[in-house]
Design a protein around this ligand. Structure first.
Ligand SMILES: [Zn+2]
Length: 318
């Protein structure tokens, strides 16, 4: 019913997964980088899914490790219905802004390895509404759950009746080769409150299992939610403390990487590149989130004399 497809991201096994869900019809949830398109299509062919034999393509969100190969796959699987959150639609139809934004973060070399996504014909994109149920037949139903936080347009899918979720990046990352739970909180859209709310929303369905893209099946789902909440809160405190001391993003990333190694009993070892780059990216996301949060605070908590100076028409002295 559910098969895991290792997209072998940038040639590395067990870093980015896609999930094939089969009833009478079949859905592919998440689909890795553009550079993984060949690997995914090869795997699908092994499962008996040649051209036209896939009914749904369901990226959880538009980030390149989840939707990068969608444009290419859409051209092969011409009958597949594609669902995306309304806020993600324009990025799939025209990935240029997404590509530019990712380029500023990851640099040219990595972008070449990710591969530039092909655009998806807008006519094929359907908006996914919260609560939508996709009936795959044979009693397999996927319920769409809006889970913002990692990104504002993030979706998860519940495998109804099985208490299982395809979480996308609504939960953190835990690579089998370096199994430590790490928050995935990228700039520019990460929002801590929304991430925590989405975790509670998933918890409310009493889940047993999570299918996670980074990486694989997680049992003890509610315990995993507890651990996710803890890791987010602990990162929040650590990053705030280090920022107060004047540490740079690089120094904070370094400290959190060392801490992860220590927790795993591998102090002094070098974690894999994909984990180090994830930690850096997540630290930048937290810093950006704090900045936005402070902007809002300074707006709502401005002392009265600054309101008057800023807006002389609103002195309250009518
Ligand atoms: Zn991801």
């Amino acid at each position: 019913m559910v098969s895991i497809i290792d997209t072998e991201a940038l040639g590395t096994p067990m870093v980015v997964a896609a999930f094939l869900v089969t009833g009478k019809e079949t859905a592919l949830i998440d689909m890795g980088y553009q550079s993984s398109a060949e690997t995914i299509m090869g795997d699908l062919a092994e499962h008996g899914f040649g051209p036209d034999r896939l009914d749904y393509l369901l990226p959880t969100h538009v980030h390149l490790d989840h939707s990068g190969s969608l444009g290419t796959l859409a051209k092969t699987f011409t009958n597949a219905s594609i669902r995306v959150h309304p806020k993600g639609e324009r990025h799939l139809a025209d990935p240029s802004a997404l590509w530019k934004g990712a380029g500023e973060l990851f640099g040219e070399e990595l972008m070449r390895e990710f591969g530039r996504p092909q655009s998806v014909d807008r006519k094929r994109l359907k908006n996914a509404a919260d609560g939508d149920v996709i009936d795959l037949g044979n009693g397999i139903h996927l319920r769409t759950v809006w889970t913002p936080g990692h990104a504002s347009h993030h979706l998860s899918y519940e495998l109804e009746g099985h208490r299982a979720f395809f979480t996308g990046d609504a939960v953190g990352v835990c690579f089998p080769g370096f199994p430590i739970l790490t928050p995935t909180t990228p700039p520019t859209s990460f929002n801590l409150e929304k991430t925590l709310q989405s975790l509670e929303l998933i918890r409310a369905s009493s889940p047993l299992e999570f299918y996670t893209p980074h990486y694989g099946l997680v049992g003890n789902a509610t315990q995993w939610i507890d651990e996710n909440v803890e890791s987010l809160q602990s990162w929040k405190l650590s990053i705030q403390e280090m920022t107060k001391k004047g540490c740079s993003a690089a120094q904070i990333s370094h400290a959190l990487t060392d801490e992860a190694c220590k927790k795993l009993g591998r102090a002094g070892s070098e974690p894999p590149d994909h984990l180090r780059s994830l930690i850096q990216n997540s630290v930048l996301g937290f810093l950006r989130y704090f900045e936005e949060f402070e902007k809002q605070l300074s707006f709502t908590m401005m002392p009265p004399h600054t309101w008057r100076a800023a807006d002389p028409d609103c002195t309250g002295s009518k």
